[in-house]
Ligand binder design. Sequence first.
Ligand code: 5AD
Ligand code: SF4
Length: 464
Amino acid sequence: MSLDISNELECIEKVKKINEGKNLKYLILTMGCQLNENDSEKLCGMIEKMGYSKTENLEEADLVVFNTCCVRENAEDKLFGKLGEVKKVKEKRGTIIAIGGCMMQEKHIVDKLKQSYPFFDIVFGTHTLHQFPSDLYTKLIENKRIEDILDIDGEIIEGLPIKRNDNIKASVTIMNGCNNFCTYCIVPYVRGRERSRNPEDILKEVTELANQGYKEITLLGQNVNSYLRSGNTDFNSNVKSFADLLREVNKIEGIERIRFVSPHPKDFTDDVIEAIRDCDKVCKIIHLPLQSGSSNVLKTMNRKYTKEQYLELVKKMKERIPNIVFSTDIIVGFPGETEEDFEDTLDVVEKVHFEQVYMFIYSRRVGTPGDRMENQIPEEIKHERFDRLKALVESQIEENNKKYVGTKQKVLVEGFSKTNSNILTGRTDSNKVVNFDGNEELIGNVVELEIVSEHMWYLKGKII
Ligand code: 5AD
Ligand code: SF4
């Protein structure tokens, strides 16, 4: 059972009444991952129903919402920097400042806010996002500062209004939280334990998206391939696993492409591999976070697989799924990482030939085991390793891009290029950006293109 949200829906109506005729504007700043972005879409849905319209201009905002992330340090600097700017606008026009998301689940951050940025109006966490309408209502009626943060795992919420960022591609969260406790990662502390959504609710949402004309669905979760493996799984549905879910989503008419992020290599069971192989809509690029190529580092990271097991999994998938390719996440400079360990990471990158690598410099997160480890790596070594990894990745991408030239690719056309409004842009199944000349009517369709040239971050194509 999902949580009863009738009180929140009532508060939406009450705030809407208060705001009537005022032509109020809101600005939202989203600082995190795709899950965080999907949460922002829900926030926007609620806020727009309460009578605010969106603006990108801070100077005219009556409500500013920060949806924060805490995975890496730079998000914190960004929040505190931006808050200074927003303060000035608040002084001029009484803007309401609300701060939510993962960072608000960290006590030391909320303490810092109260001490150094006491002008905020509402803070809310990851488990109380759906209560934003009642928080805002209380703020408007009682004009007091609201702190609405829960430390216990929030329940699954269905039925919130949603305002999506795009009309071709949509994200659908299938589970919240994480049980893995990788030692570098703050997520299990700020998003709680794994809770899966009822498969029937997910399928209903995807069907509605297909009816609205969406073509690509990304299934989201911190650990998607442990979907329905822990927490409440007592749903009355034929879908009993992530593999089943892929097969059911694949049947939904109108959807052309299915992606998912992120799976964990340790949970990549054969049934999921078979489902990827069998489902024609599931894109044949798999995001498989490596984090490190060294078995020693993987052990201290608590990843529960070795270098060899990772490579074995890639080999098995390459054997079973024709034309499969991979993308990955890598952290450099985890405590205790030796030169030899780092070379193991380079070795895996050389062997797998990823399509895309998201590279991160290890960032200490308060409260995680990694932060308490004594053998932290000096900043200059972390940066030097990062640069070496980046050089290798870029040379591989360049090499890989050349392989596309002359091939035919199916491209889902997303719209006009942001930098040139005469050129259409889309993505291949393997998520490569392709720019090409074409007619507006192609937007939202899958077209066959011949790739004519390659550039570092995009390919050029022509209609065949
Ligand atoms: N430092 C650096 N990168 C991190 N990530 C998660 N936690 C940290 C950290 N403390 C990276 C991981 C993860 C991605 C979302 O962010 O690579 O897969
Ligand atoms: Fe940021 Fe992680 Fe939260 Fe996503 S889940 S918003 S990356 S802290």
